[in-house]
Design a binder for this molecule. Structure first.
Ligand SMILES: [Zn+2]
Length: 191
């Protein structure tokens, strides 16, 4: 198992619902947790906040979200199975987003400030989540993955919206984004 990156087609496919939470489901979740932390170990300036199953090439509706998105020492992730956005509300807020599957690139993505999500936990219990701010953004980003959508798709006004993370962890604005970075297959396709 490994984290796949653009332009891998599996990132663009809609994922199927989990019919039954069984050992295979739990194994997928375990692999996702492991891969997230492995990725983080190789990226000293970034925190692995969340991941969706299609990011390891498994097109099933499963996401994991870090319990504490500020603290690298807290390596616990909660899994949400068949998550569904039931409502978005509040004003639209634009903030930085990055993605394990879109190496080096960060973008300014507009999202609603509040979201309501329903999902199942690993034990099959149904939960309803009301989230705001960073957690709302993360949930929307991950649920997008289950529909084959990436954060870059939400950036309509591309001028000044993209950043590149250099090897010191600095985010540099991408000025000539089209020529230099966004059309560079090699960069998009490799870690
Ligand atoms: Zn992502």
């Amino acid at each position: 198992m490994k984290i796949i990156t653009t332009p891998d087609k599996r990132l663009r496919e809609p994922s199927e619902k989990v019919r039954q939470i069984d050992d295979d489901t739990l194994k997928i979740i375990e692999d996702m947790r492991k891969l997230s932390l492995e990725w983080e170990a190789k990226h000293p300036y970034e925190l692995s906040a969340a991941m969706a199953a299609p990011q390891m090439g498994v097109n099933k509706r499963i996401i994991i979200i870090r319990d504490d998105m500020e603290d690298k020492k807290n390596a616990h992730f909660t899994a949400f199975i068949n998550p569904e956005v039931t409502k978005t509300e509040g004003k639209t807020v634009t903030d930085y987003e990055g993605c394990l599957s879109v190496p080096h690139i960060y973008g300014m993505v507009p999202r609603p400030f509040k979201v309501r999500v329903k999902a199942k936990l690993e034990d099959g219990k149904e939960v309803r989540i009301k989230a705001t701010g960073e957690l709302a953004r993360t949930l929307l980003h991950e649920i997008d993955h289950l529909n084959g959508v990436l954060f870059i798709d939400h950036i309509k006004d591309k001028k000044d919206a993209f950043y590149y993370m250099d090897n010191k962890g600095e985010l540099l604005p991408i000025k000539d984004y089209e020529k230099e970075i966004l059309n560079n297959e090699k960069l998009w396709g490799e870690e």
